[in-house]
Design a protein around this ligand. Structure first.
Ligand code: CUA
Length: 313
C-alpha cells in the first residue's frame, strides 16, 4: 500500500513512531479512492440507464429499501471502526516512550528553540541525536503556545507554558530533518525553525563532548546566550533591520529614540534594554514586541552578552 501514496508524505525517518500513521493514512486513501471510483461509475451508469426516454416517462415513488440502507450504513461503520482502532493503537505508541529513551529538554520561545542535554550543554535551533536509539523530548514554552512538528518522523506535539509535554521518536539513519513550529505564535512564527541532526552513536558522543557544559570565554558565553535566548530572531548581527535594531555596530552608536531624544549606546543602555525593553524605544521600532528578560538572564549573563555585542563592529 505504501508505494502508491509516497508522494503525499516525505520519506519516513522514524518507523517506530510513524509506521502506523502511514499505514492508517494509506488505508484511508485506498478506501476513499475505491469509493470515489465506485460511486463515479455507478453515477454515470445510472444516469444513462434511467435517462428519461419519452414525454410520459414517470419516476416511480420509492419510499425506502431496508437492505440497501442497512448495507450503506454498516459498511462505513466498519470502516470507521477499523480506522479508529488502528489510529488508537498508533496513538498509544506515541504516548509511551521506551524506558531507555535518551532525554533532551526543549525550551520553546518567541521565536526559536533551545535544546538542553544532561551534560549541561545547550544548543539553539539544532537538536543533535544518536541514530537507532529512542529519543524523548521533554518540552516547555517560555511564553505562548508553540508546537513541535517533524514531518519526517510523523510527530507533532504542542509546547505549553507552565507545563511539560513530551514526544519521542527514533531516527534509524544519520541525516537531517526539518522541525517546524506549527502553532501560530506571532510575527516570526514562520521563522521558528530548527533541524534534527542525526549522528552515528559514536559521532554523537564526540559531538556532545565538544559542547562542554556551557563554559567558555565571556565573549563565547555571550554569543551562546544570544543564540539560546533567540536575540538574533529579531536583532540581526549583519547590519540588516529585522523586527528590532541590528546588534552590528551597536555599541558606542548614537541612537535616535522615538521620543526625539538621542542617546549613546553603552553598557547601561544595553542592560536596561534587556531588562526593560520598553524604557527607551529606538525611532522606527515603535511597534516593538520584545518582552522583559528580567529573571531570565542573570547579571553575569548580561555582562557576557554586552561583551559579545562589543565584538560586533
Ligand atoms: Cu512558535 Cu509558531
Amino acid at each position: 500500500m505504501g508505494g502508491l501514496f509516497d508522494f503525499m508524505l516525505p520519506e519516513l525517518e522514524s518507523p517506530m513512531t510513524g509506521a502506523s500513521t502511514d499505514a492508517v493514512m494509506g488505508f484511508i486513501h485506498l478506501v476513499s479512492f475505491i469509493l470515489l471510483i465506485g460511486i463515479t461509475i455507478a453515477l454515470i451508469y445510472f444516469a444513462i440507464k434511467y435517462k428519461r426516454k419519452s414525454e410520459d416517462d414517470e419516476t416511480p415513488l420509492i419510499t425506502h429499501n431496508n437492505t440497501l440502507e442497512i448495507t450503506w450504513s454498516v459498511i462505513p461503520l466498519i470502516l470507521v471502526f477499523i480506522v479508529f482502532g488502528w489510529g488508537y493503537k498508533g496513538w498509544l505508541t506515541l504516548q509511551s516512550p521506551p524506558d531507555d529513551a535518551y532525554e533532551i529538554h526543549v525550551s520553546a520561545f518567541k521565536w526559536g528553540w533551545t535544546f538542553g542535554y544532561d551534560t549541561g550543554a545547550q544548543v539553539s535551533n539544532e537538536v543533535h541525536v544518536p541514530a537507532g536509539r529512542p529519543v524523548k523530548l521533554v518540552m516547555q514554552s517560555e511564553d505562548v503556545i508553540h508546537s513541535f512538528y517533524v514531518p519526517d518522523y510523523r510527530i507533532k506535539q504542542d509546547v505549553l507554558p507552565s507545563r511539560y509535554t513530551s514526544v519521542w521518536f527514533q531516527a534509524e539513519e544519520p541525516g537531517e530533518s526539518q522541525v517546524f513550529c506549527t502553532e501560530y505564535c506571532g510575527t516570526s512564527h514562520s521563522d521558528m525553525l530548527a533541524k534534527v541532526i542525526v549522528h552515528e552513536p559514536e559521532d554523537f558522543k564526540i559531538w556532545l563532548a565538544k559542547q562542554g557544559s556551557g563554559g567558555g570565554t565571556p565573549i563565547e558565553r555571550g554569543e551562546n546566550l544570544v543564540g539560546i535566548h533567540g536575540c538574533t530572531s529579531c536583532h540581526s548581527i549583519d547590519g540588516s533591520d529585522k523586527i528590532g535594531p541590528t546588534l552590528k555596530g551597536l555599541f558606542g552608536k548614537e541612537e535616535q529614540l522615538a521620543d526625539g531624544a538621542t542617546i549613546t549606546v553603552d553598557e547601561n543602555y544595553i542592560r536596561e534594554s534587556i531588562l526593560e525593553p520598553k524604557a527607551k524605544i529606538v525611532a522606527g521600532f515603535e511597534n516593538q514586541v520584545m518582552t522583559s528578560f528580567e529573571g531570565r538572564v542573570s547579571d553575569e549573563e548580561i555582562s557576557d552578552i554586552i561583551e559579545y555585542i562589543k565584538t560586533l563592529e
